[in-house]
Every structure is written in structure tokens, then in C-alpha cells.
Design a protein around this ligand. Structure first.
Ligand code: C5P
Length: 411
């Protein structure tokens, strides 16, 4: 369960399916949202129905699907497009075809889906999918850019890959995970773009300090918290640079739209953070940096017999403390403190000692929080003494709650 659902009334998402083979991927989005307890209604265009039967989406959403046939039938009471438009908190059109894109751009409404868009005011998330030549047509590109000028529309740009038409190119619909993350963000923010104009520099993951090519000092930080911070910020309109330690492939797939800089050691992270510091308005050091490294490193693998009994250690740079020294007065610096036991006192000590504006203390010895998982909890402490406890929730929701608090904080 995501915390988008912890409120009493279920959240309400209307999913529009227009014509495209990517419609099959939307089934997993419907299924995930329904399992989370989100109320999902699905409206299919006639071309959408050619790719996915209404019965499939009705079964997954636990509700009859809406089609143009239902639209044109005599209704009892209010017209269906008005009811649906008022009901939806969020409209998602996935896949968005060139045809439906064209209609939306020009305010045309000749079927249930396009009429419902015009009869609603909620945010609309668009995930186009089409053949590369179709996507690259000047007319389609013109429509796409013109439509996105309207703040109501949020985009999930198509990616590139092998398309069902056997072309390799741009036009592949965003992956179900990306759609779900964006849906959760929009349900959280209601479509607010309150980080437009802000450049955020975020570090995440762990660093590895190698003794030889295979052995290193590290920690289990996965990078999920910083990626959630980056995604939430981008969904709110920020520009993000993410400096990350080694990530597994499923997390690398979440880096779309983020300027990502991969590093391995603390020294590389230090250099990357200093390089990108001048452009940043806010810097968030969410990475779990190895505090020490082996005093010597060798380039070939040590034989077991050659491993030292005691490993002499050397310090790595305290990156966040150095950023605090080098930053300009308008730049804000936020640290993380992953703690066991009492999380507050050590975090307050780090806040002061490292010269930060705020610190996020989070427990790593509580089940369902901390390293590796999808959920977390934290206490945000600011330099001016503000304190905000954020109860257990998804890392994406925690990220949004942190951005809400930091936007309000008077540093
Ligand atoms: O490891 P420590 O508890 O000191 O981490 C607190 C904060 O300092 C975190 O924001 C972490 O990313 C940062 N840090 C750092 N460089 C280090 C160690 C920690 O920037 N060498």
C-alpha cells in the first residue's frame, strides 16, 4: 500500500487508452493502482479497444470500462463525460496516439475521452506512443509542444528502443513504473510545479573504497532515497543533477529526465559535487559516504595469503562539510543522518558541526525504513530549530513531504 491511500476516501484516477499497441502495458498500471486501493476508471477510444478489450481493463480496475458505445447511449441523469470529468482527480492518457494528441491540442472533442478532457479541470498526464516517423512529424511535434504550454498537461516523454513496427527509435511509451511514479507524484501535489526555476544537486547511494580490484569498504545504501528526491523534484518542475554511487540496473532505469553523474569512490563524489555546486540552489547530500578508505590500494587482486591481518585506514573527505565552506550565501545545504538508536541528538550535532541548513535524520534499525527498501521515515531538523516528524511512508512520499517543508522553511 502506498501512503497516497492512507486517507479515508480512495484517490480517483481516470485512465484514457487511445490506439496503440502500448495499451497492453497499461494493464499493469491499472492493476497496480487498483491493488493499492486507488479507484480507477478506464475510458477507451474506439482504436484503443482494437488493442485491448474493455473486459480486460474492467476486470483489472474492478469497474465496467467506458467506451464510445456507452457515451452515445441515452444516459440517465447527467452526461457521462461531465460526470467522469468531475469525478477524476487525475487523468492519465496512456498510450496517447498522434490522433488524440492532435485533437487535444486543438480543443476537438468527437468521442468520450476527448469530451471528458474538455469537461474536466484536473491535471492530465500524457504518455505518447507511436512509430518514430509519426512521432518526429513536424505536425506531431508542433502539437506536442503547443499542448505542453498548458500547465494542466504533464508529460512522460516517449523513450527509444525496438518498436512493435520493428523500427528502433523514439516512440516507445514510458514504462509502467514511470507512469505509476508520476501518478503518485501528481496525486501528492495536485499538479503543482512549485520547484520551477530551482536547480537541485542531490547525492545518493553508497561509495566504495577499494583495497584491491575486488574488495572494498562500503555500505548497503541503494540510492533509492535520492532517486525518489530527484523524481519528486522533477515532477514539481525542478532541474536536477544527481550524483550517485553504483546503482543496480532497475534503479538506473529510473534516471530518465535526470542529469545523472555516476561515481564510485568518495573522492570522485567529492569532485563531482564541487563541479556541479555553482549551478545549484539547493544541495541535498543523501549519499551514505564511506567515512574511511584502506590506507593503501593495489591494482591487482591480493591473494588471500597476502591480505593484512589489520587494515590500516585513511580518512576520505567530508564532502558536505566542504560544500558548506565553499557554498555561496544563497545556496541551501541539506544533509542526511542515517542512525541507529537515538536519531535526533547525533543529527543535531552533525547539523551544527558540518554547517548545514537542515538535516534529515532517519532510523536504519527500524523494520521497513532506511537502506534498500521502498519505504522510510524521518525527522527533518532545521538550523533555526524547526522539527518535522514524517511517519513511515514510501520514499517518494517522504521526498514530497521534504520538498513541501523545505519550500516553507525560513532558513
Ligand atoms: O556519515 P555521517 O553521519 O557523517 O553523514 C552525515 C551527512 O554527511 C550525510 O549528509 C552524508 O552524505 C554526509 N557525508 C559527507 N562526506 C562524508 C561522510 C558523510 O558528505 N565523508
Amino acid at each position: 500500500m502506498t501512503d497516497t491511500l492512507s486517507v479515508a476516501a480512495p484517490r480517483r484516477v481516470l485512465l484514457g487508452i487511445s490506439g496503440g499497441i502500448a495499451a497492453y502495458k497499461v494493464c499493469s498500471v491499472i492493476s497496480s493502482l487498483a491493488k493499492e486501493g486507488v479507484a480507477v476508471r478506464v475510458a477507451l477510444t474506439q482504436q484503443g479497444q482494437a488493442f485491448i478489450p474493455p473486459l480486460a481493463v474492467a476486470t483489472l480496475s474492478r469497474h465496467p470500462a467506458y467506451t464510445d458505445e456507452t457515451f452515445w447511449q441515452a444516459t440517465q441523469g447527467r452526461p457521462l463525460h461531465i460526470d467522469l470529468g468531475e469525478w477524476a482527480e487525475l487523468l492519465v492518457i496512456a498510450p496517447l496516439s498522434a490522433n488524440t494528441l492532435g485533437k487535444l491540442t486543438h480543443g476537438l472533442a468527437d468521442n468520450l475521452l476527448t469530451n471528458t478532457v474538455l469537461a474536466s479541470t484536473c491535471p492530465v498526464l500524457l504518455a505518447p506512443a507511436m512509430n518514430t516517423d509519426m512521432w518526429q512529424q513536424q505536425a506531431v511535434q508542433r502539437n506536442w509542444h503547443q499542448l505542453l504550454q498548458d500547465a494542466r498537461y504533464h508529460s512522460l516523454e516517449p523513450g527509444s528502443g525496438v518498436l512493435a513496427c520493428d523500427r528502433v527509435g523514439t516512440g516507445r511509451m514510458a514504462e509502467p513504473d514511470d507512469i505509476l511514479t508520476h501518478v503518485h507524484s501528481l496525486l501528492h501535489t495536485g499538479g503543482k510545479r512549485d520547484l520551477v526555476g530551482k536547480h537541485l544537486l542531490i547525492s545518493t547511494g553508497s561509495t566504495r573504497e577499494y583495497l584491491d580490484p575486488v574488495r572494498f569498504i562500503g555500505n548497503p545504501a541503494s540510492g533509492k532515497m535520492g532517486i525518489a528526491l530527484a523524481q519528486a523534484a522533477i515532477h514539481r518542475g525542478a532541474t536536477v543533477t544527481l550524483v550517485h554511487g553504483p546503482l543496480d540496473d532497475s534503479l538506473k532505469a529510473r534516471l530518465g529526465g535526470i542529469q545523472a553523474v555516476g561515481v564510485t569512490t568518495a573522492e570522485e563524489m567529492h569532485r563531482a559535487m564541487l563541479t556541479h555546486l555553482p549551478q545549484a540552489d539547493w544541495v541535498v547530500m543523501a549519499a551514505a559516504v564511506a567515512d574511511v578508505k584502506p590506507a593503501t590500494q593495489v591494482v591487482t587482486k591480493l591473494a588471500k595469503a597476502d591480505l593484512p591481518e589489520a587494515l590500516p585506514l585513511a580518512q576520505v573527505p567530508d564532502i558536505v562539510a566542504d560544500l558548506a565552506q565553499k557554498r555561496s550565501p544563497h545556496q541551501r545545504l541539506i544533509g542526511f543522518a542515517a542512525q541507529t538508536g537515538d536519531i535526533i541528538a547525533p543529527a543535531l550535532d552533525k547539523l551544527q558541526r558540518k554547517g548545514l541548513d537542515a538535516i534529515v535524520a532517519n532510523p536504519i534499525d527500524v523494520a521497513g525504513s532506511g537502506f534498500g527498501g521502498d519505504r522510510n521515515q524521518a525527522v527533518l531538523l532545521t538550523r533555526l530549530g524547526d522539527k518535522l516528524a514524517i511517519p513511515p511512508c514510501t520514499k517518494l512520499s517522504l521526498a514530497h513531504q521534504l520538498w513541501n517543508a523545505l519550500l516553507k522553511a525560513k532558513f
